[in-house]
Design a protein around this ligand. Structure first.
Ligand code: HEM
Length: 536
């Protein structure tokens, strides 16, 4: 003890006499101590130490954060699963799974795993919504208000199927009127289709529905979605949430400092500003109107606000937050899937799939088609079209990344003890690329979904584009109705091919901080997909 105290004394005196070297030495000593502590806590003593995975990922969360920064997390984690198996430790406190048993434990009925706080970045106007809320009780209460409106029966009712058919008709007119030599940029035009559909579904025709398909008005609502610096903002919001909040909440002089010194990850107006402003205005506008509850989600929620006497109450900001979130959830997801379906079917190598699809659509009777538009009810019953959409969602899932969950209690997943608050997840991207289940997983092959029923049954268990369990996508039937109606109508009327300038190029789309594209292509253009439509 006396020797140690003498050593410290000598070091202290030496540091006083050599201030620069002393400071460097001190920083070095602190860094070494911190590393030793991290090694001990995260590698040696951690209850997750027996889980396979690269040491550096287990040692520090910044290793995975670096993959986020590069926009490569999901692909990287998929490579780790190929190397280490179905369970991989991807952070000091984070595990990625890729098995059906883990899927059931984490997301299945009655699970104790909740949405991670990561989802709070989808709160709007300071209010949580069905997507961002973690507690299963609060979630159940909110979902109860919306379940019926999103059921297949209501989505395919004359009012909603009529709306989808009307938007499809407008899309076909856009193809005829806005294309040059039949060539149309489909990333944007399909966004107009999905935005007009979801806004009419949420707000009703006169309560805030956009008209992007027919008029340039409202098209700029998509600008902040398309802006690629949105990925940088997502990265900051996830890894530096307090700093990001602080930067964006500055006012006056400090606001000009953070703006002029380019400290904001994404310039204002930042992601979703336009959409959130639109949603707030729509909610304020509808607040005092007499509303028919059957015409929109907003009308249903306002009816609850005005009449509810039992259970948790909601106010107009809760409604605005709910609607803004569903507005967002209904745009990219549906339009990106439609775009990739057309992109895949237009590849020369995939012509036989397109021919098979058209053959099926042409079997529809005349009364299933009005003004070139296939009815939503008829489109819903086409098995090969369903296979095409499934295959598109498998290979190009619009939300391919991890869906993080955690539990307040210690649990066991796939035989591993998982302490409370460990982040656990699966991702559609990894599940859909399991080559034991999906032969040649990178090949677009709708035929796989109409093959041997035993293989199809197995593949369906692994198909996870809409998630599963209580937090599964509520908009699935709406999205499917939009996609089947539009694709059936397009492929009944046109043959599609890749426009000459886009041959050998893949479109890229943004999900969180990553860009997703067809990995088999070496050239990628973000938010662009040029397709030629040829009348048949
Ligand atoms: C192809 C289209 C779509 C796909 C692939 C898709 C996929 C998903 C996925 C994977 C989730 C779970 C996300 C997670 O837990 O991290 C989800 C949730 C959700 N989706 Fe979709 N979605 C689509 C279209 C839509 C549409 C059109 C809406 C319309 C409002 C919508 C609304 C929602 C909502 C509100 C949730 C949260 C559900 C809850 O927490 O209970 N989605 N979706």
């Amino acid at each position: 003890m006396a020797a140690l105290s003498t050593l410290f004394d000598v070091l202290r005196r030496w540091a006083i006499q050599n201030p620069l070297l002393g400071t460097i030495g001190m920083i070095f000593a602190l860094a070494v101590s911190y590393t030793v502590l991290q090694i001990y806590t995260n590698l040696i003593a951690s209850p997750l130490r027996s889980i396979p995975g690269p040491r550096l990922f287990a040692l520090t969360k910044w290793r995975l954060a670096y993959e986020d920064y590069r926009g490569a997390r999901t692909r990287y984690v998929n490579d780790l699963h190929r190397k280490y198996g179905e369970v991989v430790r991807v952070g000091p406190n984070e595990i990625s799974f890729n098995s059906l048993s883990a899927l059931k434990t984490i997301y299945g009925a009655g699970t104790v795993f909740q949405r991670h706080r990561f989802y709070r970045m989808f709160d709007a106007y300071g209010r949580q919504n069905m997507f961002s809320v973690a507690s299963s009780v609060a979630h159940r209460d909110r979902k109860k208000l919306l379940n019926h409106a999103y059921s297949k029966t209501v989505v395919l009712s004359p009012q909603n199927s009529g709306m989808i058919e009307d938007k499809t008709r407008k899309f076909l007119s856009l193809v005829d009127n806005d294309s040059k030599d039949g060539i149309l940029e489909t990333f944007n035009s399909l966004h107009y289709f999905s935005m007009d559909s979801i806004t009419q579904f949420i707000y009703g025709k006169t309560g805030g529905a956009t008209t992007a398909l027919t008029e340039p008005k409202n098209r700029d609502l998509l600008d902040d979605i398309i802006n690629s610096t949105r990925r940088k903002l997502s990265f900051f919001a996830i890894h530096f949430p307090r700093l990001t909040n602080w930067l964006y909440s500055r006012q006056g002089f400090m606001e000009s400092v953070v703006t002029n010194f380019c400290l904001l990850p994404m310039a204002k107006p930042s992601t979703y500003t336009g959409i959130r402003r639109h949603a707030l205005l729509a909610a304020e506008n509808l607040r005092d109107q007499d509303l028919d509850v059957t015409v929109s989600i907003a009308a249903r929620l306002f009816n609850v606000m005005r009449t509810q006497t039992k259970g948790p109450t909601i106010d107009h900001l809760d409604i605005a937050s709910e609607c803004a979130d569903q507005f967002l959830a209904g745009i990219d997801t549906t339009s990106d899937t439609l775009m990739f379906a057309m992109f895949a079917l237009s590849q020369r190598a995939n012509q036989s799939f397109q021919d098979k699809l058209r053959e099926e659509i042409l079997t529809l009777s005349e009364d299933a088609v009005v003004d070139d538009v296939v009815s939503a009810l008829a489109a819903d019953k086409l098995p090969y079209l369903d296979a095409v959409i499934k295959e598109t969602l498998r290979l190009y899932a619009p939300l391919p990344g991890t869906e993080p969950r955690w539990s307040e209690t210690d649990e066991v997943i796939d035989g591993y003890s998982v302490p409370a608050e460990t982040v656990v997840s699966l991702s559609p991207y990894c599940l859909h690329r399991n080559e034991r289940v999906f032969k040649d997983p990178l090949e677009f092959n709708p035929d796989r979904w109409v093959g041997d029923p035993r293989d199809v049954a197995e593949m369906k268990k692994w198909f996870w584009a809409f998630s599963s369990g209580g937090r599964m996508c509520i908009g699935m039937h709406l999205a499917m109705a939009e996609m089947t109606t539009l694709l059936a109508s397009v492929y009944r009327k046109y043959r599609t091919e890749i426009a000459p300038e886009f041959v050998d190029v893949t479109p890229g789309v943004t999900a969180r901080y990553e860009v997703f594209y067809d990995e088999r292509f070496s050239q990628m253009e973000e938010h662009t997909c040029w397709i030629r439509f040829v009348r048949v």
